[in-house]
Design a protein around this ligand. Structure first.
Ligand SMILES: C[S@@+](CC[C@H](N)C(=O)[O-])C[C@H]1O[C@@H](n2cnc3c(N)ncnc32)[C@H](O)[C@@H]1O
Length: 209
C-alpha cells in the first residue's frame, strides 16, 4: 500500500469524530452474530484486521475474551480506540501493520479468528489480494474461522472516497481456497450515521484442513 494511503487513513481518523465516520457501528451486531456461532473459549486468539476504532473490540472485551489482537495501518485510528478503552487498552495486543505488505503480522502465532469488516474491499489490486489471502492461510489454525464483511455486488463503488472491489461469498470462497468451508453468508444493509445505506455481504468460513 502506498504511503499516501496511510496518510489518507491517518487524516480521516484525525479529522472526524469516530461516531461520524461512514462505517461507524454503535453495535457491531452482524459480526457478533457470526462470532457467537464459532463457540470460542475465552482464551481463543481473535484478530480484528483493519480494526480502526471499531466497537467490536469493546464488545469482545465485555464478553471476557482474553486474547484480542487489533491491527490497523493507521496508528491514529488505533490511538482513538485506545483512548476510548482507557485502562482496558493494556488487555489488547496492538499491531500497526499493512495487510498488503505484512511484517509484524507475519510473526503472529496461529489464530482462531480472522475478522475483517470493510477492509478487504479497498484492496483493488490483484497482488494486494494475493498477499491478504496468503496471510489468512498462514495465520488461521485448522478448525479456526474467518469472518469477512465487504461491499457486496450491489454495493457502492467507493468507500471513504477510495475505489472498492466488491465481493460475494463465491468470490471469497474462490480466493480462500478449498481449505475453507463456507458456514454462513448473508447480505446486510448498513445505515451510515448520516442516514445513507451501504450494502454488505457477511461471510463466515471454517478452516477444515
Ligand atoms: C472502512 S474502515 C473500517 C474500520 C473497522 N473495520 C470498522 O468496521 O469500523 C477501514 C479500515 O481499514 C484500515 N486499513 C486500510 N488499509 C489497510 C491496510 N493496508 N492494512 C491495515 N489496515 C488498513 C483503515 O485504516 C481503516 O481503519
Amino acid at each position: 500500500m502506498e504511503k499516501d494511503l496511510k496518510h489518507h487513513w491517518d487524516t480521516t481518523y484525525e479529522r472526524a469524530k469516530i461516531e461520524k465516520l461512514g462505517w461507524y457501528e454503535e453495535s457491531p451486531g452482524p459480526s457478533l452474530q457470526l462470532i457467537n456461532k464459532c463457540n470460542f473459549t475465552k482464551s481463543a486468539s481473535l484478530l480484528n484486521v483493519g480494526a480502526g476504532a471499531s466497537t467490536l473490540i469493546d464488545e469482545l472485551l465485555k464478553s471476557g475474551f482474553e486474547n484480542i489482537i487489533a491491527n490497523d495501518l493507521s496508528s491514529k485510528a488505533l490511538d482513538k480506540l485506545k483512548l476510548r478503552l482507557g485502562n482496558d487498552e493494556s488487555k489488547i495486543h496492538w499491531i500497526v501493520d499493512d495487510l498488503t505488505q505484512p511484517k509484524e503480522l507475519n510473526n503472529l502465532e496461529p489464530i482462531d479468528l480472522w475478522h475483517d469488516r470493510a477492509v478487504l474491499h479497498f484492496f483493488y489490486k490483484e497482488e494486494e489480494q494475493v498477499t491478504y489471502f496468503n496471510l489468512i492461510r498462514k495465520l488461521v489454525k485448522q478448525n479456526g474461522f474467518v469472518i469477512i464483511a465487504a461491499f457486496n455486488l450491489n454495493g457502492a463503488t467507493k468507500c471513504s472516497g477510495l475505489p472498492v472491489f466488491r465481493f460475494d461469498e463465491n468470490i471469497l470462497q474462490e480466493k480462500l481456497g478449498g481449505s475453507f468451508q463456507l458456514i454462513e453468508a448473508f447480505n446486510y444493509t448498513y445505515t451510515m450515521p448520516m442516514g445513507e445505506t451501504r450494502e454488505y455481504v457477511y461471510t463466515l468460513f471454517k478452516r477444515v484442513n
